[in-house]
Write a new protein. Structure first.
Length: 592
């Protein structure tokens, strides 16, 4: 067990990078002596009239020229910083929440920070980097060094920017980077052999450097924000880190380009991948212990023209529930699903696009029917979660273990229940149907838009209609809709025309809810997800239609005539309960 130390990830974002929020001084070592206003005029950044207005504003309010230009909207911080840097000869910073270390912030008492208009950003060993609007004020610097006990490195920031961020930074609920505030040596632990650190160059590159802290930060932040994936992508000027939260990608960080290879190398070391191989895709996995719980990480690298892209799938077992009763199915739908799983044999299909929760539904079904009296075998690619009393087989193309070949071997293992991770080709479909016809309950997934489309999809794979009619027990179609953020929920009244377009049959004068966006939900208006479902049970009339090769519209008309709730109706029911918004239901489930 190797413990990853985690001090502060901000040490990886050294204040020499524009992408880290800190901008380098323009190239010339000789500082311009011309007044700031004249230099801005020469650069065509502002006009004479704008300069005159800013100077009047400066005289009236006592602000500096740069702050007056920003307040009047004539320029922004990013445009002005290079000129101010060269004017005062100090590195400038454009303050953003993501560059603050909460521990460093607290090193300066709030009263003192407000009095001087300063803000501590981060600390590297004994050097505290502090944002000031007057970095040349030696009296303030001396006072800060006496109070903090650290050497103060001043950087320039506009006073209004400091005051804006300072108010949030000292709040009790400051969450921007709180993930690092309580990190100690046992916060993130990685099971990794020391032999994997045999490359001296890689050791010097990542071990004992801020890169380890940054990778720890990303993993722990993803776990706490309940992200399903971490995307680490190269760019020409910087790296980009994005989290997939509730199905949507959200940008979280932009590490410096020069440390990007070290970040990738560190992740490869964790996953026991070949760090020297940068031109071929690689896949690996590792397990970390974060906040006292075990989390599996599935890691994939992909070479691009700008460098290697890394995606980390975060598999947090404690966050998931494999319980059908807690997946959010309406009572009628839940009862229909349980009736399908009570069948002694046959084929049960779960359909939906990638990321719609099909695997969770299958695992929940296995949890419901597993017992010491049943031999349950699964074939998956890959095995994401291990379930007790279930024999799980992983696909391995290198060893010629495909879904079809593994399924044939499983049939010789006297199984009662077989779960096939996905029916991808005709061969797998035929073996699955044959297994269902010979007395086994087979559970599997398909990529189709709704439950009815699964029938035509199986026919397209070459399954004879009479075999499908005899083997198919039922189809469960599902999607995941985002739930409204409780912190920014608001009520509104949609138009009757909009409700009519959504085929809503309830009271068109009632109110619905939606989120307006806040810091808690990354301005999306949503937090968390819940499933919507539709179930197509194989009744006698439907078997006849399938055997007669009825077309898709005929089967869909039969489904609607039976009054079974569709995906859209299930979603509208959640909107009525104010669990989700009408717009989210329309995005996920509405079909013209």
């Amino acid at each position: 067990m190797k413990t990853l130390t985690a001090e502060s990830p901000h040490t990886a974002l050294h204040p020499g990078s524009r992408e880290a929020g800190v901008q380098e001084r323009p190239g010339s070592a000789v500082l311009s002596r011309a007044p700031l206003g004249q230099r801005l005029l020469s650069a065509d950044l502002i006009g004479e009239a704008e300069l005159e207005s800013a100077l009047c504003h400066q005289a009236l309010n006592g602000h500096k020229l740069g702050e007056s230009l920003i307040e009047l909207g004539f320029a922004n911080e990013e445009q002005l910083l290079p000129f101010v840097e060269s004017q005062i000869g100090t590195v400038g910073v454009r303050l953003r929440d993501g560059m603050l270390d909460p521990l460093a912030v607290q090193s300066i008492p709030r009263a003192l920070a407000e009095r001087f208009g300063v803000l501590a950003l981060f600390r590297v060993r004994n050097v505290l980097t502090v944002a000031m609007d007057d970095p040349s004020n030696l009296d303030v610097i001396d006072c800060l060094e006496r109070v903090t006990g650290f050497d103060v490195r001043p950087v320039f920031a506009f006073r209004t920017s400091i005051e804006r961020v300072l108010q949030r930074a000292y709040e009790d609920g400051f969450h921007v980077d709180e993930v690092t505030a309580d990190m100690d040596e046992s916060t993130v632990e990685l099971q990794i052999d020391g032999a994997d650190m045999d490359s001296a160059s890689v050791h010097n590159l990542v071990d004992g450097s801020p890169v380890i802290n940054l990778v720890n930060y990303l993993i722990l932040q993803a776990i706490r924000k309940q992200a399903s994936d971490i995307h680490i992508e190269p760019n020409r000027k910087f790296g980009i880190v994005r989290f997939r939260i509730d199905g949507q990608l959200i940008e979280m960080l932009r590490p410096r380009r020069d440390i990007y290879p070290a970040i990738v190398s560190r992740i490869k070391v964790m996953a026991k991948l070949d760090i020297a191989e940068q031109r071929a895709p690689q896949d690996g996995r590792c397990q970390v212990v974060a906040d006292g719980k075990e989390v599996d990480l599935r890691i994939s690298t992909l070479p691009t023209v700008l460098g290697e892209k890394v995606v980390i799938r975060v598999l947090d077992k404690q966050r998931l529930t494999f319980n059908l009763d807690r997946l959010g199915m309406p009572p009628r739908t839940l009862s229909m699903v349980k009736d399908l799983l009570k069948k002694p044999h046959g084929l049960v299909l779960v359909t939906g696009p990638t990321g719609s929760g099909k695997t969770t539904t299958l695992y929940s079904a296995l949890e419901l029917i597993k017992s010491v009296h049943h031999n349950i075998v699964t074939v998956e690619d890959p095995v994401e979660y291990q379930i007790e009393l279930v024999n799980q087989v992983q696909i391995d193309a290198g060893r010629n273990v495909s879904f079809a070949t593994a399924l044939r071997s499983i049939l010789r293992q006297d199984p009662d229940v077989i779960m096939v991770g996905e029916i991808r080709d005709a061969e797998t479909a035929k073996v699955a149907v044959q297994a269902a016809l010979t007395g086994h309950l087979v559970l599997s997934t398909l990529h189709t838009n709704d439950s009815v489309s699964a029938i035509t999809r199986m026919a397209d794979m070459g399954i004879e209609s009479y075999k499908l009619a005899a083997s198919l027990v039922g189809v469960i179609a599902q999607r995941l809709v985002r739930t409204i953020c409780p912190h920014c929920r608001t009520t509104y009244y949609p138009s009757a025309e909009y409700l009519e377009a959504l085929h809503y049959r309830g009271d068109k004068r009632r109110s619905f809810s939606r989120g307006v966006g806040c810091r808690q939900c990354f301005d999306t208006g949503f937090q968390g997800r819940i499933g919507i479902y539709e179930v197509l049970p194989m009744e006698a009339e439907l078997r006849r239609l399938v055997a007669e090769q009825a077309n898709l519209d005929t089967v869909r008309n039969w489904f609607e005539s039976q009054g079974y709730p569709s995906l859209l109706q299930c979603g509208l029911g959640l909107a009525e309960k104010e669990s989700t918004s009408l717009e989210e239901v329309a995005r996920v489930a509405f079909v013209e």
